[in-house]
Design a protein around this ligand. Structure first.
Ligand SMILES: *Cc1c(COP(=O)(O)O)cnc(C)c1O
Length: 399
């Protein structure tokens, strides 16, 4: 059957019809345990009753009015996000890349209104992923995403995450901001050392740069805190959030201190869809659950439990799993076999996972998984390890 969709995705031959909690059911009625959660998006599992209720209630009332009018649900969401974080203000968008565009524009504009129009460059780091718009592929710096799309958008400099001296050496009088994921997601669940992040804070303060944390993947409880910067002990000036924020509904946010956002006045930046009543009602419903007492503690507990169990699996299968890493329920299995092949073996055992860079497989389950679902996933991964080992043995015998 030919498809009329532009073939930008290599889709697995699986069609899901419905989802409930941590489970997806195909059109044939087969059940899959979902440890990908739509790439860390379905943060509260599929068809969470509280989200379904918010969607249907707001859906029957009002979807969209445009940002020409007052937005009470958005005001409420912004207040809750700022009260629970370092930020004073929030700009709403629809996707992670757009939230990052807002962050980059905010930083450049702040430098501009402070009399530094020459400061527009943004320092980023190897292995980063910030989205697929023209500016965010330049920020991410990955050749495979830049190739064939014309000149790279000007103003992004990239260095490896090594030491702070390299950062200082890479800064120029034109640098406006530093953009970094506290834990690289697509790059392979690679945590940035806390001392490095604290050093970036110090450098930014000293040189008047804006520090931007891309928490599109790490945010909204994924790591066991509302935002991952809370593990580190320093806050950014600007932070972007998207994936888990709407539990599956497209919504994003760019959070900032009042000082960082000073350059964005009426008419300077905007979006048609961003922050509409439907998106805001759903994101508020996500926060109802994530900010409820004990919820984030349970995510942290599940994360530790998962790491323990997976470390046991790595010990039992050293030829397949090299390392277990991550924070909370953002977990990476660094493999000794190709992660795409391993994800296919897990899929044969009806477990969904997500390959990433650095030969890593990501486990990003709904934050609502039960202990027994975690055990179930580990058992399926164990089966996939056995299958992977068999494939290695067979290849060796054939050689
Ligand atoms: C997914 C992701 C993005 C891009 O988000 P989109 O919604 O696909 O635009 C940006 N940054 C990080 C860290 C991400 O994980």
């Amino acid at each position: 059957m030919s498809s009329a969709i532009v073939p930008t995705y290599a889709r697995a031959d699986l069609t899901f019809e419905r989802g409930e909690g941590s489970w997806l059911t195909t059109v044939e009625g087969e059940r899959y345990l979902d440890f990908g959660a739509g790439i860390a998006v379905v943060s509260l599992g599929h068809s969470h009753p509280h989200l379904v209720e918010a969607l249907t209630r707001q859906g029957a009332k009002l979807w969209h009015t445009s940002n020409l009018f007052q937005m009470p649900e958005g005001e409420r969401l912004a207040k809750r996000l700022t009260e629970a974080s370092f930020a004073d203000l929030v700009f709403f968008a629809n996707s992670g890349a757009e939230a990052n565009e807002a962050a980059i524009k905010m930083a450049r504009r702040r430098q501009y209104i402070d009399g530094h129009p020459e400061r527009f460059r943004v320092l980023t780091f190897e292995g980063a992923f910030h989205g697929r718009t023209l500016a965010t592929i330049a920020a991410g710096g990955q050749a495979k995403y830049l190739e064939g799309f014309g000149p790279k958008v000007e103003g992004f400099d990239q260095i490896p995450i090594t030491d702070l001296k390299a950062v200082e050496a890479a800064l120029t009088p034109e640098t406006a901001a530093i953009l970094i994921e506290p834990i690289q997601g697509e790059g392979g669940v690679r945590a940035v050392p806390p001392a490095f992040l604290r050093g970036l804070r110090e450098i930014s303060d000293r040189l008047g740069l804006l520090l931007i944390f891309d928490e599109v993947q790490t945010g909204v409880g994924r790591t066991g805190k509302l935002f991952a910067y809370e593990h580190v002990g320093v806050a950014p000036d600007i932070l972007t959030s998207a994936k888990g924020l709407g539990g599956g509904f497209p919504v994003a946010a760019c959070l900032a201190t009042a000082d960082a956002a000073r350059g964005l006045s009426a008419g300077v930046h905007g979006t048609t869809f961003g922050g509409n009543p439907l998106a805001m009602a759903i994101a508020n419903a996500v926060l109802d659950v994530v900010l409820a007492p004990g919820f984030l503690d349970n995510v942290a507990r599940l994360g530790l439990l998962a790491k323990q169990k997976l470390a046991g699996l790595a010990d039992a299968h050293p030829r397949i799993i090299e390392d277990v890493r991550g924070e909370g329920l953002m977990i990476g299995l660094k493999l000794r076999v190709p992660p795409g092949d391993f994800a296919a073996l897990a899929r044969n055992r009806r477990l969904l996972t997500i390959p990433a860079g650095d030969n890593t497989l990501r486990l990003l389950p709904p934050l609502t998984i039960s202990d027994s679902e975690l055990d179930d996933a580990v058992a399926r991964l164990e089966g996939a390890c056995v299958d992977a080992q068999k494939a290695l043995d067979a290849a060796k015998a054939a050689a």
